[in-house]
Design a binder for this molecule. Structure first.
Ligand SMILES: [Zn+2]
Length: 524
């Protein structure tokens, strides 16, 4: 159970789910909740029972299907309607019956919103807050209050905005989260307002949106001004520009400010958890995301690499392992010998200086012809292995391949590929059909090799990118193909370049399969 020190409160399942294009099923929400719990988050807002049938079901299923180790669930909902008793309001009843130990009530704190959106008096709004908070408290639930549009409300009518806080606290709300609902605040002005709010004696929390690009900065500023409860969303999900990224907030507070928010071991799992959540939400991970992005600790410049080799801490703000991330050296034609050696070491190879010189020459030569190793780690590793062993070692060799593309009378287009391979002393001929030539080639190669290497069944082609590169110095344009493949434990990328798109695809595919076999433990 979360102790009642500093609160970390996640609202991914309610506010984060407002993100354009994000659509979570109840099973997805349960999965996200489990990941957040594994991270050691104290509070998880599950949604709005009563107002949204999916959320009602979430709370129902959570009772039997969620075994939370750290987090407590919060049900979100509004204060009672004007002119009725909280005890008689069906939406308040849904909160009471959700089974959640905590109810987070959203309340108006902006005088104009009370009058224009709620269409009631300022006095009745305070009565709605008082009545709903005390009713739920009397029924045994803990109550947090989200003061909606608080900062804009404070600008419009500061004494009324502060009165909302006092009223909620007196009625028994244990935290009042100040919401920058429109996301327009900047850290310096926000600090002054939070300071005044803390002055009321109520326990203050903070809920920021990222419309100024300052959601995390605003959250940290609020904490510095006395807030002891932070709200945010996994990976910064949320409508418009998103909510405060809870992972960034937690890492900043814990690693830079000495707060003890989540177990160190869980923080070391943050990168994995952030990515696992993107698998559930089906939102492409932001590779530049602070702390947990795949590029968050990636270095490119050759000049830096020689110093990084001596002391990596000179070029990174924390040890990436603290959040479960890794320093990565990007290999590109900017890179010199030092970064190639470093990359080799990262991959577990010790290169002699002759070997690293040879490898740099090969990288430079291939990149000048359109390859990119920065985006194709697996191709680089194969090149490195070939350089170290002095020969090109593969699990299979190719005699030939052929692809035909046919438009059938009904208008559908099918591709058929035939590959002739040699592996483990056998000659194998296999044919695959697919919706496109690369898909057909992929199927044919698997069909040919799966008998000998059953592990290939779990290898999937998950992304395929094609780019036409302009020809230089009178040469023709070439096509670059990047293929991303995955197995149960991770993914890898390979590159192929040729004037012919299918040959470029074949090169990338052949390396993808080779690398997949190496990952499965098949040495050559
Ligand atoms: Zn919000």
């Amino acid at each position: 159970m979360a102790d009642d020190g500093f609160h970390v409160y996640d609202t991914t399942l309610r506010d984060g789910a407002q993100q354009e294009g994000l659509n979570l099923t109840v099973a997805d929400k349960l999965a996200v909740a489990r990941h957040l719990d594994a991270l050691g988050i104290g509070f998880i807002e599950g949604g709005w029972p009563g107002a949204n049938p999916k959320d009602t079901e979430f709370f129902r299923r959570a009772r039997t299907e969620l075994d939370l180790k750290h987090a407590q669930l919060a049900a979100f909902g509004a204060t009672r309607r004007a002119g009725v008793k909280a005890a008689d309001d069906p939406l308040v009843a849904a909160l009471r019956e959700s089974g959640a130990p905590i109810v987070t009530l959203v309340a108006k704190s902006h005088d104009r919103h009370v009058e224009l959106a709620l269409r009631t008096t300022l006095e009745e709004n305070l009565a709605m807050i008082r009545d709903t908070v005390s009713h739920l408290r009397a029924e045994g639930q803990r109550v947090f209050l989200d003061a909606e549009h608080f900062f804009d409300g404070y600008k419009s009518n500061p004494s009324y905005a502060l009165e909302v806080l006092r009223t909620a606290a007196e009625a028994g709300a244990s935290v009042i989260a100040l919401c920058d609902t429109n996301g327009g605040m900047l850290p310096d002005e926000l600090t002054d307002v939070v300071h005044d709010a803390v002055g009321t004696g109520a326990r203050i929390g903070i809920h920021c949106h990222d419309d100024t690009g300052c959601a995390v900065a605003n959250t940290l500023a609020a904490v510095a001004a006395g807030a002891t409860h932070v709200q945010g969303c996994a990976n910064g999900y949320g409508e418009r520009s998103g909510n405060a990224n809870l992972f960034t907030v937690v890492a900043n507070l814990q690693l830079k400010k000495g707060f003890d928010l989540v177990p160190a071991q869980s923080l070391g799992d943050m990168t994995r958890i952030a990515h696992a959540i993107t698998e559930v939400t089906n939102v492409t991970p932001n590779s530049h995301q602070p702390y947990v992005g795949t590029s968050a600790f990636a270095h490119k410049a050759g000049l830096h690499a020689s110093a990084i080799k001596v002391d990596p801490n000179l070029y990174q703000h924390i040890d990436p392992a603290e959040v479960g991330n890794d320093m990565r050296m990007l290999v590109s034609d900017m890179a010199g010998r030092a970064s190639v050696e470093l990359k080799g070491r990262e991959l577990g190879y010790r290169l002699t200086s002759d070997q690293s010189r040879e490898l740099v020459d090969r990288v430079k030569d291939l990149e000048s012809r359109g390859h990119t190793f920065e985006a194709a780690d697996a191709s680089f590793e194969l090149l490195l292995r070939d350089t170290v062993s002095g020969e090109r070692k593969r699990h299979f060799s190719v005699e030939s391949w052929r692809v035909i593309v046919e438009r059938r009378p009904a208008g559908d287009i099918v591709s058929e590929a035939t590959v002739k391979l040699h592996a483990k002393g056998e000659r194998i001929v296999a044919t695959g059909e697919g919706n496109g030539p690369v898909n057909a080639l992929d199927k044919a190669v698997r069909l040919a090799l799966e008998q000998l290497y059953p592990e290939l069944a779990v290898v999937q082609l998950i992304d395929f990118k094609v780019r036409i590169l302009e020809g230089t110095l009178g040469t023709d344009a070439v096509t670059r193909v990047l293929i991303t493949s995955s197995d149960a434990t991770g993914d890898w990328a390979t590159v192929g370049v040729d004037e012919n798109i299918i040959e470029a695809s074949w090169q990338a595919l052949e390396q993808a399969v080779t690398y997949g076999l190496l990952r499965a433990g098949h040495t050559v």
